[in-house]
Design a protein around this ligand. Structure first.
Ligand code: PLP
Length: 393
């Protein structure tokens, strides 16, 4: 009898990967499936970035790098943050990690243990809760509400902090809602956090460059008053269409950096060297591909939102960021997960049920519009037909 630790009875996962596997299986059986489930850009990684990785391999970058990443890349991250937000970040506090997820993994491991509380957005990226529970900490959801434009409320967030709270996770622009929290609300949160100096903050800004309608991303790095307890999570996956390269970075407050470095040394040692050179080219090379991709997402966003709002008993708020729509389907009479499952099996459209992102996700489904406009239009037609034929009382 093998004795795996109790922690593994509490670890969760991302249902988006299960939906992807099922969609792929249905495709293998010859079914025509439109995949609006998985959250990854449908664009190729720009050619200059791919070439930089090939060159790195040919130049002999085959070995370990420093656990925290190569210095030119950490410098490029710092320069990029300065260029985008006017903030000063020391390359000594930047760490290169294999994907955005790894920063949350590390930060949650640092603060989670039995007796501790960690606050996280709900609906939100499912790994937050999974990892919090893995550590034995209590996962306290911060409700993200449709009536609030899917922004978080500073007041509600602050009201949930107790002496047990060790870490607060925030995410804007957000998965799965596309919500962007306005600067005024973030100002209010930071002001309120002055009352709780023992609470660390992890800000997941992986969709920072994907905002629309003139909405500006407000980074938490811009608030010196919390820099000594702020962990920034960002990476290349979404911005540069590099999900499979596993390239992310964090900015740590000084007291936590060494703990993060040790976690790296104890697990992945360093990120794939050639991928780091690709990441360097991504940040220092031309940014046209990023702008073109965001413009294309913007066009699709309009198509998907307009189409969703024409569906019977469906309403969709206009997302200001990321590449997700999160329509309210509660008036259809369907519960979200059975609807997502029926849409996949019977209508050939992969989406994700809102409850896969937390209890406050009931009544919603997530559609990723990282797919062609043509496919989005076809998917909407299929969903409309399905809802008309399967009206629930
Ligand atoms: N954070 C959020 C909010 C995400 O939506 C995702 C990916 O979907 C990640 C982090 C993880 O990104 P990566 O694929 O780089 O690990």
């Amino acid at each position: 009898m093998l004795h795996i630790t109790d922690a593994f009875s509490r670890i969760g996962e991302e249902n988006a990967f299960a939906v992807l596997a099922r969609a792929t299986e249905l495709q293998r059986q010859g079914k025509d499936i439109i995949n609006l489930g998985i959250g990854q850009p449908d664009f190729r990684t720009p050619e200059n970035i791919v070439e930089a990785a090939i060159k790195a391999l040919k130049d002999g970058h085959h070995g370990y790098t420093p656990a925290t990443g190569i210095l030119p890349l950490r410098e490029a991250v710092a320069a990029d943050l300065h260029k985008r937000f006017g903030v000063d970040v020391s390359p000594e506090l930047v760490m290169i990690v294999p994907g955005g997820k790894v920063t949350m993994f590390m930060a949650i491991l640092m603060f989670g243990e039995p007796g501790a509380d960690i606050l996280y957005p709900d609906p939100g990226f499912p790994i937050y809760r999974s990892m919090i529970e893995f550590t034995g900490a209590r996962a306290i959801p911060v409700p993200i509400r449709e009536e609030n434009g899917f922004a978080f409320s500073a007041e509600e967030t602050l009201s949930l902090i107790t002496p047990k709270t060790r870490l607060l996770i925030i995410n804007s622009p957000a998965n799965p809602t596309g919500g962007v929290t306005p600067k005024a609300e973030i100002d209010k949160l930071v002001k309120g956090l002055e009352r709780f100096p023992d609470v660390a903050i992890m800000s997941d800004e992986i969709y920072a460059q994907m905002t629309y309608d003139g909405e500006k991303h407000q980074t938490l790095l811009a608030y010196p008053e919390i820099r000594d307890r702020l962990v920034l999570l960002d990476g290349w996956s979404k911005t540069y269409a590099m999900t499979g390269w596993r390239m992310g970075y964090s900015v740590w407050p000084k007291p936590l950096y060494d703990a993060a470095r040790k976690l790296a040394v104890n697990s992945f040692s360093c990120v794939n060297a050639s991928a780091q050179y690709a990441g360097l080219e991504a940040l220092t090379g031309p940014q046209d591909a990023v702008h073109a991709m965001v413009q294309e997402f913007d066009r699709r966003r309009k198509v998907v939102i307009e189409g969703l709002n024409k569906l019977p008993n469906v309403s969709a708020a206009t997302p200001k960021g990321a590449f997700y729509a999160f329509p309210n389907i509660s008036k259809t009479g369907w519960r979200a997960k059975p609807l997502a499952s029926a849409l996949l099996e019977e209508a050939g459209v992969a989406t994700i049920g809102g409850p896969d992102f937390g209890v406050y996700g009931e009544g919603f489904i997530r559609l990723s519009y990282a797919n062609s406009t043509e496919n989005i239009v076809r998917a909407l037609e299929r969903i409309e037909k399905f809802l008309n034929e399967h009206a629930q009382k």
